[in-house]
Design a binder for this molecule. Structure first.
Ligand code: UTP
Length: 472
């Protein structure tokens, strides 16, 4: 290891990382040096001081107000006309190849407790098709509908890149043209012990973790994804998370409104079901849109009501966005981007002081992540559109309970039931009024009500039998 690197590490107060240097083989040392060279050592002492040794204070701006949004149902004729124009605009952009999709799939999915990239999780309630296959189907059907192949960008972390790509290869890209699927890798951040010292995963590697979905923006530039978008004429990026199979991968209304409103970054909002629902809150301060996390919104604001009794801060974020490519280009033009860091206390497997590998039972360190929504205040114009929760949002965060694989499967089935009912199919209801069947419909065939109606016509389906498991 060269002396320059050594002195930077020592000056950053991290000399302990060099403790096992003498024991390493030349090959081990080479890979360690490669990792260490990627760290911004000048930043480390400040990060340790501001985020690890002290808990960062969240200051809520005095002038915080709820963000305005376009409602799900247009309120008057003028808005209805705007929505019609936006749908037409979105359709035109899709037909002309101006749109691409982006799935962020670099997370570690610790809460789900599934061994493998989250996108390979079998979520289909009947078939067990994976999350990735849901998106692949929707990308394929959307491309077919608009007569133009959508490019699909998938962000992985260095940890799950190989497994993700191999999965797609093994599945033959779900029938998508291989050149339309582009994988790219996000950056990492070293994890800190609670004493501000970086943790070692082994004698020759740092405990690294993905740098958060905020890392998407810089990774788009560094990976060449932005350059590919330019070459392919993609101007709008439809952004969604790997855990939400209900998401429309490219919604013409959302994309069209984004374009007509000259928005740089847009967001779908959902009306919160209660004041403490665990969704980030869309707010405005100093003319800038921002998200305040549910845990940071002061009680009196969370509980604040409008004259009609509805929540004042009603707009929650399901992390569905459209970004203009030009916005991402602008933010990352210098090859850097500093979004704020967010601290998470985690159980981080590492070497202890005696050099033994330990898997802690309690949080022993701090991971720092940046979040994509921290780009909202950097946008000159933000457009927020209300979404219909039952149609667009079923996050798979946990194995059971709230926001789980279980609840997600139920929501997939319920949405399918609603679509079939709208197309005239008789749907069985149990005593509690809930659908008494499990219904799956191929995303390669159906992405909206019109597709469902066409499927019903084609198959002559009249009714779903009570208690049945149906895959269409
Ligand atoms: P989550 O906040 O749910 O995190 O990510 P996670 O890592 O997947 O799951 P837990 O918290 O460990 O249980 C929301 C979305 O952002 C992506 C995830 O893949 C998911 O689609 N993400 C998160 C990244 O792409 N990179 C990251 O560094 C973090």
């Amino acid at each position: 290891m060269n002396d320059g690197l050594k002195s930077k590490i020592i000056a950053a107060g991290q000399a302990h990382l060099l403790r096992y240097l003498e024991e390493l083989t030349p090959e081990e040392e080479r890979s360690f040096v490669e990792q260490l060279e990627a760290v911004d050592w000048e930043q480390i002492p400040q990060l340790a001081k501001d985020y690890v040794m002290t808990r960062p204070e969240i200051t809520i701006p005095e002038d915080l107000s709820p963000a305005r949004f376009f409602p799900l149902i247009p309120g008057d004729d003028r808005s209805a006309e705007l929505y019609r124009a936006a749908r037409a605009k979105g359709k035109e952009l899709l037909e002309n190849g101006k749109v691409c999709c982006l799935t962020v799939a670099g997370g570690q999915g610790t809460r789900l407790g599934f061994d493998g990239p989250k996108g390979t999780y079998p979520i289909g309630p009947v078939s067990g098709r994976t999350l990735f296959e849901y998106f692949a189907g929707a990308v394929a059907r959307t491309s077919e509908k608009y007569g133009k192949q959508l490019n699909w960008y998938i962000m992985t972390s260095p940890i799950n890149r190989e497994a993700t790509e191999s999965f797609f290869k093994a599945k033959n890209y779900f029938g998508l043209p291989q050149e339309s699927v582009f994988f790219f890798t996000q950056g990492t951040m070293p994890a800190f012990g609670t004493d501000g010292k970086l943790l070692l995963a082994s004698k020759n590697s740092l405990a690294l973790s993905p740098d958060g979905h905020g890392g998407t923006l810089l990774a788009l530039r560094k990976s060449g994804a932005l350059a590919k978008m330019v070459a392919d004429g993609n101007e709008y990026i439809s952004y969604f998370q790997v855990d939400n199979p209900l998401v429309p991968v490219a919604d013409p209304l959302f994309i069209g409104l984004h374009a007509l409103e000259n928005s740089e970054m847009s967001a779908i909002m959902l009306s919160k079901t209660n004041s403490r629902e665990k969704l980030g809150n869309f707010c405005v301060s100093g003319g800038r849109t921002m998200i305040i996390e549910y845990s940071d919104l002061p009680e009196e604001l969370a509980e604040k009501r409008n004259a009609d009794g509805s929540l004042a801060f009603v707009a929650g974020s399901p992390a569905i966005h459209v970004l203009s490519r030009s916005f991402v280009e602008k933010l990352t033009s210098g090859g850097t981007l500093r979004l704020p860091w967010h601290r998470a206390d985690k159980k981080i497997p590492c070497l202890n002081a005696a050099g033994e590998a330990v898997v802690p039972a309690e949080p022993n360190g701090v991971k720092l992540e940046s979040f994509i929504f921290d780009a909202l205040p950097l946008a000159e114009k933000v457009m927020i559109l209300e979404g219909d929760r039952a149609e667009v949002f079923a996050p798979t965060k946990n194995a059971t309970g709230v926001d789980s694989a279980e609840s997600c499967r139920m929501m997939i089935s319920s949405r399918n039931a609603r679509r079939l009912a709208a197309a005239g199919v008789e749907i069985p209801a149990g005593k509690d009024g809930a659908v008494d069947a499990v219904i799956e419909i191929s995303p390669f065939e159906v992405i909206d009500d019109a597709d469902a109606a066409a499927l019903v016509k084609e198959t002559g389906l009249k009714k779903i039998l009570p208690g049945s498991m149906v895959a269409l």
